[in-house]
Design a protein around this ligand. Structure first.
Ligand SMILES: Cc1cc2nc3c(=O)[nH]c(=O)nc-3n(C[C@H](O)[C@H](O)[C@H](O)COP(=O)(O)OP(=O)(O)OC[C@H]3O[C@@H](n4cnc5c(N)ncnc54)[C@H](O)[C@@H]3O)c2cc1C
Length: 512
């Protein structure tokens, strides 16, 4: 059975780095720093990836559209990261072809060809095929008047799992990760940060650290102003983006990038075999980033764009799920939310005497690893023992000794012929080589525990709680797995009841 971990390891006297925020940027920095020999503490006020980092379009992409805004540095870096991340996590990252239907009144063909030429050549690309022109026949899912287009490559990623796997990588290098733990304030005292924390149950504790990393995403500036009582070096613009999930809109594994009259683009992305994700939007957001809901106008906008391109017409009734998040973008004073830079800015304040603070403004999932390397470069002067960069060649947990998820699923079934194909395939794209741990000692389906629904058994639930910091049904159904789309309300309630029982028995064991 899964190896159990201590939920709260003993705290160190003084950490080298305390990281605030368990989104992709916080965990990426925590993993990089701990692998370079620094002692790391990370706190996340909710669940890992519970905010922006699970609400993305889930693309590891250069960002074809950013070329129009002359973001060449960002695009070059992001393009090169596609194959780096593909090799680091072949279970949760996969290549994807993107079809761009040509609509001459929006962008002329020469302009798209020039953009794709740059896209093919700006960043390193060895495995991903280049772009080409395509023609659509009568069997195309697109409307008959759309006859020509282009095709190019990017990658897809399970965004929430990218976060969890980086947190696991950090823990495996010695980092202490505390979820459901909010940093309420932090003060510089005699060259150290005194970081004050509050757990979900209201208990308080503090840690000391030589450096503070503020990776609070949408809260980055508010945290500096309200909790640290300091001036924020940059402002942040919160730009809402929403997605709809509908039953599979067309056959094939290709995504589409649809151009709209307002110059924006909308993606259609095949999802979990049975669905298509459609999004996104760009809308200035002034509400509470803790709970971001799609608006009716956003849903209508997305449906309108997709209906302008596809033969199959969608309405609100087709939507099986939707999600929404806010991009924490560094404020560059742009008027148009789509044009605000998607690049990141790191700000370092404080000297060795007064303890440094590094704050992260902006960024993309795609560039999290490079962002973490830049963060380490900025912190290097404070830590003479810091080792060199290492993350480019290291696999994330589960990516080790793996070829493809399909091959792994076959190996799992060869070892355990009783394991249903759907479970083997899902485990392969969720846990990669760590799937073997879920099979340890199991001789038949009954050894996987109680069936919850959608192919989820309590052994997997226990693994997620013990190894991946899951505590609620939502953590499991929507972030660690995507089984929220494949389970009934009754099954979801059964999962919640099991987790409740599990927590009670753990508390009584601890109290005994
Ligand atoms: C609609 C949309 C589509 C996107 N699509 C893509 C895409 O396809 N590809 C791509 O590369 N990027 C994409 N992005 C961008 C990407 O998702 C974000 O850049 C990235 O997730 C930001 O990560 P983060 O760690 O900075 O923020 P977050 O994920 O929000 O993490 C910050 C964390 O800090 C925690 N926190 C805040 N304050 C405290 C505190 N006081 N104590 C403890 N914890 C605290 C929060 O709870 C939160 O979990 C998209 C973004 C959006 C919104």
């Amino acid at each position: 059975m899964p190896h159990s971990t201590s939920p709260s390891p003993a705290l160190s006297e003084v950490y080298d780095v305390a990281v605030i925020g368990g989104g992709i940027n916080g965990v990426g920095i925590a993993a990089d720093a701990s692998g370079r020999g620094l002692s790391v503490f990370l706190c996340e006020k909710d669940d890992l990836a519970s905010h922006t980092s699970s609400a993305s379009s889930k693309l590891i992409h250069g960002g074809l559209r950013y070329l129009e805004h002359h973001e060449f540095r960002l695009v070059r870096e992001a393009l090169a990261e596609r194959e780096v991340l593909l090799a680091k996590a072949p279970h949760i990252v996969k290549p994807m072809r993107f079809v761009l239907p040509h609509r001459p009144h929006l962008r002329p063909a020469w302009m798209i060809r020039a953009g794709l030429f740059l896209y093919d050549h700006l960043g390193k690309r060895e495995k991903l095929p280049g772009s080409r022109s395509v023609r659509f026949g009568a069997d195309s899912a697109l409307k008959p008047e759309i006859t020509r287009g282009f095709e190019y490559s990017d990658c897809w990623v399970d965004d929430a799992r990218l976060v969890v796997l980086n947190a696991m990588a950090a823990r495996e290098k010695g980092a202490h990760i505390h979820t459901r733990t909010r940093c309420v304030n932090a003060r510089r005292i005699k060259g150290l940060w005194h970081v004050h924390l509050e757990r979900e149950d209201g208990t308080l504790f503090s840690v000391h650290a030589k450096a503070l990393v503020n990776a609070a995403g949408p809260w980055v500036a508010k945290f500096i102003r309200d909790d640290l009582k300091l001036d924020s070096p940059y402002g942040i613009r919160l730009i809402q983006g929403s997605h709809l999930i509908v039953p599979r809109l067309y056959d094939g594994e290709q995504a589409h990038i649809l151009q709209n009259e307002d110059q924006r683009i909308v993606f259609t992305i095949p999802y979990m075999d049975r669905f298509t994700i459609i999004g996104t939007t760009d809308r200035e957001y002034t509400g509470n980033p803790n709970k971001v809901d799609i608006t009716d106008a956003e849903a209508d906008y997305i449906l309108k764009v997709v209906n302008a391109h596809f033969k199959k017409q969608l309405s609100r009734e087709d939507v099986v799920h939707s999600y929404s998040g806010v991009r924490p973008l560094c404020n560059d004073e742009s008027d148009n939310p789509s044009a605000i830079t998607r690049d990141y800015t790191l700000s370092l304040t404080g000297s060795a005497e007064e303890a440094p603070m590094l704050s992260v403004f902006g960024g993309k999932l795609t560039t999290y690893r490079k962002l973490a390397e830049s963060a380490m470069a900025q912190l290097r002067p404070f830590f003479s023992q810091m080792r060199d960069s290492w993350t480019a060649k290291a696999t994330l947990p589960g990516g080790e000794s793996m070829t493809t998820p399909q091959a792994l699923a076959s190996e799992l079934q060869a070892k355990a012929p009783w394991l249903p194909q759907a479970i083997a395939a899902r485990w392969a794209i969720t846990y990669g080589a760590r799937s073997w741990r879920l099979l340890e000692g199991a001789q038949g389906l009954s050894d996987l525990g109680q069936a919850i629904g959608g192919g989820l058994y309590t052994r997997e639930v226990d693994y997620l709680c013990d190894q991946e910091w899951a505590t609620t049904a939502e953590d499991i159904l929507w972030r660690r797995t995507k089984l929220g789309l494949f389970t009934t309300e009754a099954e979801q309630a059964e999962l919640a009841a099991y987790l409740g029982k599990r927590a009670t028995s753990r508390h009584s064991t601890e109290a005994a």
